[in-house]
Write a protein that binds this ligand. Structure first.
Ligand code: LLP
Length: 432
């Protein structure tokens, strides 16, 4: 096992992903390539579903936050596993619709839905809008009235929690582009406006405090604040809102230094706080929605590259360059995210070579990691970066006119292409 159970080494000394030889995969599909073990994604969905049901009751629903990894087959997998989904743009909604995802189980997010997004989502019959702000409330209400429908909504609330994760992925602070702060009184204001608005029915509240969080405490604090706010709404407005969406954010093990979260136990811990708070405030347990992205898909993934140059600069460092980089994985450049990497065709050799992993783009910041201990590489080796299932393909670009890699799904030892490799022709397809 390397970091997660589905990464291992076979008798030939090759990395295996879900039991499949990574060197064979690189030969068959070329590099760079995203590989995903579908069994792991399904297993994670089941953990969330079962724990949500066990701890919050049969009507609890985990949503897959599809910004983490979005392509048609992914929505089919989520649908098949009985999940809802969180979509955040017209493009995600369109992809979900193409996959035949049940519209009533879609929660439509985003802090700046355009008029077109709102109309498209209503055309599709999206079950729930998570309304971010007063202007959006007015726009959703107006469009629903024009259509003579009542749109179910939640309101995005900022509980004022700092979850101690990377600054760029914190979202629950009062000073945030998302939502309405309880502390400033704006949350209560938008609740009242929603209750008075025509064409919408306010089902409940949503919060999301951030991402890649390992401690339960900030989730528990946020949940407690949200339940107390539900009780305040009951007191001030005389209504009992029936749904509480607690967002996503549980962390994932990227390296041997990260803890492995027991997700079922974490959901149990959060449930205990929510239930205790409901009891204390004498309000009924609302229907609980969870919204994980990273923890459903990150561990399932690995990216395979081919090693090109190995440049040793005496007294400085060793640059190992691969045939991908920040266009397929911008996370080190953006957040200095740590990964585990290894030479897939000599995975049983000791990892005694300290490398800076560089991409092939024309800028120095194009790195996949620094101070990474790998097997001594030579040109032509297959380099694997593990745990790349979340926010890699989803954040990929064509910088330097590099075609995006394919996404290969593995299920029970068999591989299939879920997204084909982009071609140079694809790159000029939109050019006039
Ligand atoms: N719900 C909402 C409203 C969100 O904004 C997000 C993530 C999630 C759920 C899912 O959170 P997760 O379970 O994946 O932590 N690109 C960054 C992560 C940005 C997260 C954005 N929002 C990264 O690569 O680390």
């Amino acid at each position: 096992m390397i970091v997660h159970e589905h990464f291992d080494v076979n008798d030939q000394g090759h990395l295996t992903i879900g039991g499949v030889d990574a060197v064979d995969l690189a030969k068959t599909y070329g590099t760079p390539a995203y590989i995903l073990d579908e069994n792991v994604i399904r297993q994670q969905c089941r953990i969330y579903r079962e724990a949500a049901k066990a701890h919050f009751g049969a009507d609890a629903l985990p949503l897959y936050a599809s910004k983490a990894l979005c392509f048609t087959e992914m929505y089919r997998i989520a649908a098949d596993e009985g999940m809802g989904v969180d979509c955040v743009s017209g493009g995600e909604l369109y992809t979900a619709r193409k996959a035949g995802f049940p519209a009533e189980r879609i929660y439509f997010h985003g802090n700046n839905k355009t008029d077109r997004d709102i109309a498209d989502a209503m055309d599709m019959g999206v079950g729930t809008f998570v309304v971010d702000n007063a202007e959006e409330l007015a726009a959703v209400s107006a469009e629903a009235c024009r259509r003579g429908i009542t749109q179910r909504i939640l309101l995005r609330i900022t509980p004022g929690i700092d979850p101690h994760t990377h600054r760029a992925i914190v979202t629950g602070n009062v000073d945030s582009k998302f939502g309405n702060a309880i502390a400033t009184g704006q949350a209560m204001q938008i609740v009242k406006a929603s209750l008075a608005a025509e064409g919408v029915s306010l089902a409940g509240l949503h919060c999301h405090i951030g991402s890649q969080i390992f401690d339960i405490e900030p989730f528990a604090d946020a949940a407690a604040i949200m339940v107390a706010f539900l009780a305040d709404i009951q007191k001030e407005c005389g209504v009992v809102l029936s749904e509480l969406n607690l967002g996503g954010g549980l962390g994932v093990r990227y390296t041997e230094h990260d803890r492995q979260i027991d997700y079922a136990a974490a959901i149990g811990d959060i449930a205990a706080i929510v239930k205790a708070q409901c009891k204390q405030h004498a309000i009924p347990l609302p229907r609980i929605i969870l919204e994980p992205g990273r923890s459903l898909v990150a561990a399932a993934g690995a990216t395979l590259y081919t090693v090109g140059s190995v440049k040793e600069i005496p007294e400085f460092r060793n640059y190992v360059s691969v045939d991908g980089g920040m266009p397929d994985n911008p996370r080190y450049a953006l957040y200095q995210s740590r990964y585990t990497a290894l030479i897939a065709n000599r995975a049983s050799e000791p990892a005694t070579y300290r490398a800076t992993l560089a991409g092939r783009c024309c800028e120095s910041g194009d790195l996949l990691g620094e101070d990474m201990d790998i097997q001594k590489p030579v040109r032509g080796d297959v380099l694997a970066v593990l745990v790349t299932g979340a926010y890699n393909y989803a954040m990929a670009s064509n910088y330097n006119r590099l075609p995006r890699p394919p996404v290969i799904l593995l299920r029970d030892g068999k591989a299939r292409i879920a997204v084909r490799r982009e071609t140079f022709e694809d790159l000029t397809d939109h050019d006039q």
